[in-house]
Design a protein around this ligand. Sequence first.
Ligand code: NAP
Length: 260
Amino acid sequence: MLVLGGTGDAVKFVQQFVSRCPQVEVITSLAGRTAQPQNLQGKVRIGGFGGVPGLAEYLVATGIDFVVDLTHPCAGQIKQNAFLACQIACVPYLLFCRPAWEPDPTDRWIPVDCLEAVPSALPSTAQRVFLTTGRQNLAPFQNLPHLWFLIRSVDPPTIDIPNSEVILDRGPFTLEEELALLQEHRIDTIVTKNSGGDATYAKIVAARQLNLPVVIVQRPPLPPAPLVTTLEAALDQVVSFFRGDCSNSYTRKTDRAPGH
Ligand code: NAP
């Protein structure tokens, strides 16, 4: 099984899957964005595949029977690539995507479609901005000298943003921690992706309590693939596939017509 990872969800999924199906060889693929990825059971490969053709070739060459995609909800390209590559290589593909955060009626959200749209969507009151969009997504904020940024990322940013302070940290974060951070740095605006999940949700609640505007980058579209929104559902489907449960809807390699 190939797990497309790069998230805490992938780490948890692999851990639970291995304990239920220890006979299945699991390879987790990481893009290589973080210097010290979290510990993963099974094999790990790192780096891009070379687009759709590269991934399709990898699936065939490695004899992958099943691909489960647990990449971040905002990682749009790899999902489209994996969906197409699995079709080419005739390998079943399951997509896990945790539900997006939804605004409360009192939330002051400013939704935008992409990171590049954030600077012009910032409210006119913005002066001190908390940026949590990831260290490789800072280019749109390079030339905004009238703003001060608090940047939080797992590894150091790849570009230098003037007028900023960087905090290196990995979630989960508690509400108390987020409230203290926002107040200590006198933050007036938050910028985040709509990641969903619990690990980084506290900043959304903190913004609500402090009545701060949140510029929120929406997720890219998903490919038209079988989709699950909980880890339990993903585990059930993949475990039943490998146990050969006839009730699942996936075609096993041995069921395929010759030549496929
Ligand atoms: P992306 O835009 O969807 O993908 C860009 C390229 O990175 C892909 O075309 C692929 O290169 C390579 N890639 C992405 N995920 C890969 C994986 N798991 N294994 C091997 N290659 C991978 O992705 P992204 O937004 O840059 O995110 C990169 C990784 O960071 C993802 O794995 C994601 O789970 C993780 N992550 C992303 C975010 C986020 O906000 N986007 C947040 C937390 C973690 P090739 O075309 O060469 O195969």
